[in-house]
Structure formats: structure tokens, C-alpha cells
Design a protein. Structure first.
Length: 594
């Protein structure tokens, strides 16, 4: 079975749920005249054709190699450089031949120029075949996008075509031994040679594809501020010429041995008088890198979804043929109920992610246009702001949800196979080991939770009364007349309960009234400073994960309402999901009352 082409749910989502009427017009004007694509319908057909090809490649070529990658790894380390083995070389070759990296790269640099959502969905299909292969292929389009977005003319002309063709691969180099989640503690130093050229000294750890031809390195320039504001971003080539001879520009000193995702290089890298070229402006490196990190976090959510799909596909096939107590395992009532719940979570996560990456696509294209031309009309400006707001809120949520759900469901699938799930002849144990990758890289689940709460606190800081006004405005009674469907009315009730309970938690924990918890000074409710006493903030942060989880369910319900308006089967998914996570929400509310 072709895991993508033969999925009615995927086809329905792409044909009917993706807002092509908003996305495609943003691309058509820039499309090459000799491409033959002149209408939205033709572009949709092209996207579907590309996704079908990538899905077939994943099923027929990538998936069969996954077990070998798990045994043999991606290659070796020699003379400070990573050397791909045949497995990885074949992966690179096939990706280049299919134009995988070029799907959403600008046609002026040799790319196909298709919407970003096409690349992201293609990436999900690669991850479905082999998670480590998707990680190894990650940093081609994202690095090209960063250079197009923030680089100068020479950098774009030199580097993007090499990434488009797959001649060069990329890497994102942030983490250091003393600077993991605390990015502001980075100590790699960049000493200026001229306006664009710097010499780097320092090191990085846990770098995916650390031996890449082109690395984006976050470093601190001399005499810059401490913390995040003093960071700049540099383009670092793997080799440079010295006295007419190519030499290593940096050294890979170690390939990490991991519990899973063994098919991709994870490296320790050392910079010693390494030549780097400034990308964009000095001291804006963290701001730039956030853009790439957000793309990567969305990618983690897609990897989580892909892993869940792989687990459930494998488990269904097993359970359909495994006979116990006189019938197939899949037909035993308890197993059937459990499996149905796992599928419900998968389908709901899929809707949430597709809705989010649709808005991410719109944001990407309009943000790029604004950076290059500064020329957006009122409708485009509104669309950009709406998309940015949604993407900013959801990026940590889908990273958290995809990773956590993958880990949990893959564990359940091991149990579903019983003793067979513990044996390496079956793939589910590998799926579970691989699920820990998305939990950890690009910021742990706990970091995503803290980011969500940080955004909530920013809202309170700007306008404290919004917490209470949103609860009042969200009351189902006030929204009843405007609701045209039982689906929306149900969502409004669920949403109201969530807002009300969050409001109670914030008021209880932050308590912006007087120190003795009395109501003598009610005006403190509207005093921004009164909401930020450190001990109270620390107490709220203890609830960061459950707050994040509640936001995840809220945003998933929101996406499912839109999806449910497309038909009765789609509406059913909303109510099935509510049956699944309603008890989870109620447990969260009880925890907040403690």
C-alpha cells in the first residue's frame, strides 16, 4: 500500500481542508512561464503528483533501508570529516534525482517553487519511511530559505543553487556543552576580519549532519553584549582553500552513538580559526535563528505524526492476522477500543498540523515578500498578521504534541504486540526508541511548555484585564445567537471552560492583589507590575506543562471545528476527540485546583 496515495483521509485533507485559495495566488505570479502551470488547479495537481512520488519513494526505498540504518549507521569519521556509507549515499542520490530539496526553493535558484506546505508534507512522508533519514535530509531547503531571507546577493547566488541540487548539504549549529536550552550562554567567539568575514573559535555538540558542506553557526562577536542580544549568525563552509589546497575549515571530532535515529550523523564539532561569513546584520543572530528553529520545531511535529502513522500501520497489519481466543486481535473489544482511540488522536493531530502548516506557508511567503519589497497591500498585511499570530501560538504546541503522542502511542503499540513487540524482528521497538529524538531536539517538551506560558504572561503584561474579558466574552450564552451549528456551540462551551479555569488559576497563583491576599487594593488587577512577583511566577511555571496541554487541546478543537464543517464524517472526528481528551482536560482542571 502506498501510505499516502491510498489514504482517503490524506486526500480529503489536502483537497478540501488546505486553503489553496489563499496559498496558491501567493505563488502563481512568481512561477516560471515555461512551467506550464497557469492556474490554481494545475498547481494543486502538481503538488499532489509530487507528494505521490515522494510517498512512493519513501515506501519502496526509504522504509526498507530503515532497519539497516539502525544497525550500520550513516558512515564513518575520517580526518575530521564525516564519510557517508552506501546507505546514506544512496539516500542522498535518490533525493537529488527526485528534486526533494528543491520542492519549495525559488525557481530563480533552480527550485520548483511550489508552496512550502508541499515540501513539509513531503518531509512527513520521508519521516514515515525512516525517521533518521528525514533528520539527515532536513537542512537543505531550510538553510536555503534562511539565506534567501537574510543573506546578501552574493551569498544567495553562491549557496542556494548548491543546496537546491543537493550538491551541498547544510547544518544548524547552536548547542554547546554549557549552552543547551540556555542559548544565551553560547561562548563560541567570532573575531572580525572585515565587514563580512570573521574567524570563529569554539565548539558545538549534538549537531545533526555536523559534517555538512555549509553550516549556519550561532556565535558571539567580540565585545558584544552578554546573552541573546550579543549573538550573530555565520555561514561556514566545510572546506576552504589555503595555498591552493582544500583544507578542513572545521573539525568533526566525534560521531555520537545514540539509542536510535542511528542513520543520521550527530556530531561534535570544533572551530579553530575557522572562516565564517556574517549572515545579515551583527547581533541579530538569535532573531534570525528563531525563524529556522521554528521551522525545525514544526518539522518535529511532522516527525511525530509520521512516527504515529508508521506505528499504527504496522500494528494494524499485525493485529489483523494475529489470532487469539478464536478471533483476530483487531476484533477483540478492548483492543479494538484502544486502537480506535489511537487512530482518533492520530487523525486529530493530522488536522491540527495541516491547519498550522497551511498558515505557516502563508506567513513564510508574505514575510519573505515584505522583507524583500516592503510592499504588502492591506489584505496581505492582514493575512500576514493573522498567520503569524496563529503560527507563533501553535509552533510549540505541535512540537510538544507530536513528540509526546508519538512516544506514548509507540509504547502502546509495543504492548499491543505483546512479547513480539519486545523483539527486534518487529519494528515497533525501533519506532519507540526513535520517538525520543523529537522529544529532545529543537527544545525539549518542557521548553515548549515554558514558551507557551511565556507568551501567556506577555499577554497579561500588556493588558491584564484581557484574562477576565476573554472569559466574559467567551460565555456560551453571549455566543449562542451567532452560532449556526451544534458543533460550534459545543466548542464554545469547551473553550469557555478552559478560559475560565485558566483565569482562576492565574488569579490564584499570580494574585496581583495585596500581599495578605485581601481585596483592599483591587486596582492592582490592572497594574502590570503587580502580576510579576517572582515567587508567584515560579509557582505558575510549575503548571507550565498542563497549561501547554490545555492549549494543545484547545487549538486542536479549534482546527477540528473547521474540519467538521466539511461533512458528517469530519464532524464525527471532533466528537470522538472530545470523548478522548475531555477526561484529560477535567483532570488538568482538578490539578489546578490543588
Amino acid at each position: 500500500m502506498d501510505s499516502f496515495k491510498d489514504s482517503d483521509k490524506w486526500k480529503f485533507l489536502i483537497d478540501n481542508f488546505v486553503p489553496w485559495e489563499k496559498i496558491i495566488p501567493l505563488y502563481l505570479n512568481d512561477f516560471p512561464t515555461d512551467s506550464g502551470i497557469k492556474s490554481p488547479e494545475e498547481m494543486k495537481e502538481t503538488v499532489w503528483e509530487i507528494l505521490t512520488i515522494i510517498s512512493k519513494w519513501s515506501k519502496e526505498k526509504i522504509e526498507p533501508r530503515a532497519k539497516e540504518f539502525d544497525k550500520k549507521g550513516p558512515g564513518t569519521l575520517r580526518d575530521g570529516a564525516t564519510i557517508p556509507n552506501k546507505l546514506l549515499s544512496d539516500l542522498f542520490k535518490e533525493a537529488n534525482e527526485l528534486g526533494f530539496h528543491s520542492i519549495s526553493i525559488n525557481p530563480i535558484y533552480g527550485g520548483m517553487g511550489l508552496p512550502v506546505i508541499a515540501y513539509l508534507l513531503a518531509f512527513e512522508q520521508v519521516a514515515r519511511g525512516c525517521l533518521s533519514s528525514s533528520s539527515q535530509l532536513t537542512f537543505f531547503w531550510p538553510i536555503a530559505d534562511m539565506i534567501e531571507r537574510f543573506g546578501n546577493y552574493e551569498q544567495k547566488e553562491k549557496y542556494i543553487p548548491k543546496l537546491t541540487s543537493g550538491e551541498w548539504s547544510g547544518s544548524m549549529c547552536i548547542t554547546e556543552p554549557q549552552a543547551g536550552s540556555d542559548v544565551g550562554a553560547i561562548s563560541t567567539i567570532a573575531k572580525k576580519v572585515d565587514d563580512q568575514t570573521f574567524v570563529l573559535n569554539g565548539g558545538k555538540i549534538f549537531i545533526t549532519n555536523g559534517g555538512a558542506d555549509l553550516a549556519l553557526v550561532l556565535a558571539r562577536t567580540e565585545k558584544s553584549e552578554e546573552g541573546l542580544k550579543g549573538l550573530s549568525l555565520f555561514l561556514v563552509e566545510r572546506t576552504v582553500k589555503k595555498n591552493g589546497e582544500k583544507i578542513n575549515n572545521f573539525e568533526v571530532i566525534k560521531i555520537e552513538e545514540k539509542m536510535a535515529q542511528k542513520g543520521c550523523f550527530t556530531c561534535q564539532v570544533v572551530y579553530e580559526n575557522t572562516i565564517g561569513h556574517l549572515l545579515g546584520e551583527e547581533n541579530k543572530g538569535f532573531t534570525y535563528m528563531l525563524h529556522l528553529m521554528n521551522e525545525s520545531r514544526i518539522g518535529c511535529g511532522l516527525q511525530g505524526l509520521a512516527g504515529i502513522e508508521s506505528c499504527l500501520e504496522y500494528t494494524r497489519e499485525y493485529a489483523s492476522t494475529r489470532v487469539q481466543f478464536g478471533r483476530a486481535l483487531i476484533d477483540i473489544p478492548l483492543f479494538k477500543r484502544n486502537f480506535s482511540q489511537w487512530e482518533t488522536e492520530r487523525d486529530a493531530l493530522r488536522v491540527l498540523i495541516v491547519d498550522t502548516i497551511s498558515h505557516f506557508d502563508i506567513f513564510q511567503k508574505l514575510d519573505l515578500k515584505k522583507k524583500h519589497t516592503g510592499d504588502l497591500n492591506k489584505d496581505e498585511e492582514k493575512l500576514l498578521n493573522e498567520s503569524l499570530k496563529l503560527v507563533r501560538k501553535r509552533t510549540p504546541l505541535i512540537k510538544y504534541y507530536g513528540a509526546e503522542a508519538f512516544c506514548e502511542i509507540s509504547k502502546k503499540c509495543i504492548q499491543a504486540l505483546g512479547g513480539h513487540g519486545f523483539i527486534k524482528d518487529h519494528f515497533v521497538e525501533r519506532f519507540h526508541r526513535e520517538s525520543f529524538g523529537p522529544l529532545l531536539y529543537e527544545g525539549t517538551s518542557q521548553i515548549q511548555a515554558l514558551m507557551s506560558v511565556k507568551d501567556l504572561l506577555k499577554t497579561i503584561g500588556k493588558k491584564p484585564q484581557v484574562i477576565f474579558s476573554s472569559v466574559v466574552k467567551g460565555h456560551p450564552t453571549l455566543n449562542f445567537l451567532g452560532d449556526n451549528s451544534s458543533l460550534k456551540r459545543h466548542f464554545n462551551k469547551v473553550n469557555y471552560e478552559l478560559k475560565k479555569n485558566i483565569g482562576v488559576l492565574i488569579l490564584k497563583v499570580l494574585n496581583p492583589l495585596t500581599k495578605d491576599k485581601s481585596f483592599k487594593n483591587v486596582l492592582n488587577l490592572f497594574d502590570k507590575e503587580a502580576w510579576y512577583e517572582q515567587s508567584n511566577l515560579d509557582e505558575l511555571m510549575c503548571h507550565a506543562e498542563t497549561i501547554c496541554q490545555s492549549f494543545i487541546y484547545q487549538e486542536t478543537f479549534r482546527a477540528l471545528v473547521k474540519y467538521g464543517e466539511l461533512g458528517s464524517e469530519q464532524e464525527k472526528l471532533y466528537y470522538d476527540y472530545y470523548k478522548l481528551v475531555g477526561p484529560r482536560l477535567r483532570a488538568i482542571y482538578e490539578d489546578w485546583k490543588q
